[in-house]
Design a protein. Structure first.
Length: 310
């Protein structure tokens, strides 16, 4: 029999899913072919047991990917679509279009040393995990924006702008921070400080002036720099065996769990301003670029010395 806490946790999770569904459906009304939103809606409806809507959005997503000729992304959805194709005419039609695209123009096979590369299953699992994480992250950011709107911290117009910006940023291939706080910062929102204070109070996650901290390189590098940049999380200090971590969405329990698994440490989370976060990331990226340039110069010098040696 479920405890009261377990019941509340299930209710909270279900509310987050429905909030995300509402946000993503607003986006696809404006941008019908937004692939991130279609993927998130298919997954979210499947999570709440509405398989008809889950299938409908999956079919829409597959058709978008086929129209755009994105073989890699479409191929990841092939097995999911096959489960629906036998019983649904639209899914069957989409599966036929997808199969035709995947089977046309296949490159000639190449020989590889299979002992030196990951298996196909490992590659597909890694790709799917990244797709799931990115979709989950966007859903969590939209849920965060929805919660701010519901609490009166954002106007309806601001919420719509934030939702659209998040969708556009997340759809690109460039590694940028997908974050409600960054959208508000980029739009020079006068409500940013109020939103930060509200988010801190509601979540119990304190705000710190990260710009006053000197983040050691070995601490920053506990998480990959692209991961830090994209998801708005950063280890900035250690306290015994525990890690002190910046997170720009204190409501994102999924990301908190992911960070703790990656670091293999108990984490204590803090908020900071987007400006301080970006400045710290840029400082580390410049240091990494300088290290790479120095290493390349040393390698070139060694090669030149060996060439000159009789």
């Amino acid at each position: 029999m479920a405890t009261v806490d377990e019941h509340h946790q299930r209710e909270d999770l279900e509310n987050q899913v429905w909030n995300a569904i509402a946000a993503f459906e607003q986006i696809v009304e404006t941008i019908p072919n937004d692939r991130i939103s279609l993927e998130a809606l298919s997954s979210a409806y499947e999570q709440v047991g509405d398989l008809a809507h889950a299938r409908a959005y999956l079919v829409r997503l597959v058709n978008v990917l086929v129209d755009e000729g994105d073989r890699d992304a479409a191929g990841l959805l092939h097995e999911r679509l096959l489960r629906h194709a036998a019983s649904d005419p639209q899914a069957k039609e989409a599966e036929a279009r997808l199969e035709a695209m995947l089977s046309s123009g296949k490159p000639e096979p190449h020989e590889f040393d299979l002992t030196k590369i990951p298996s196909a299953a490992e590659i597909e699992a890694g790709k799917q995990e990244e797709v799931d994480l990115r979709s989950s992250h966007v859903a969590e950011e939209l849920s965060f924006a929805w919660a701010l709107f519901q609490a009166g911290q954002l106007t309806q117009e601001e919420y719509a702008q934030v939702a659209q910006d998040l969708s556009e940023v997340s759809a690109g291939n460039t590694v940028v921070t997908v974050s409600v706080l960054h959208v508000l910062h980029d739009r020079a929102s006068r409500n940013l400080n109020r939103v930060l204070a509200f988010a801190s109070q509601e979540s119990g996650v304190p705000i710190i002036p990260l710009g006053l901290f000197e983040v050691p390189a070995d601490i920053f590098d506990l998480l990959p720099v692209d991961f830090v940049t994209r998801y708005g999380v950063m280890a900035f200090s250690l306290l015994g065996n525990d890690a002190l971590v910046i997170i720009l969405n204190p409501q994102n329990k999924v990301m908190k769990g992911k960070v703790e698994r990656l670091l293999k440490k108990q984490c204590h989370f803090y908020l900071t301003t987007p400006a301080d976060f970006d400045a710290t990331v840029e400082k580390r990226k410049k240091a990494l670029l300088a290290e790479e340039t120095k290493a390349a110069a040393q390698t070139a010098a060694q090669a030149a010395a060996q060439t000159a040696t009789p």
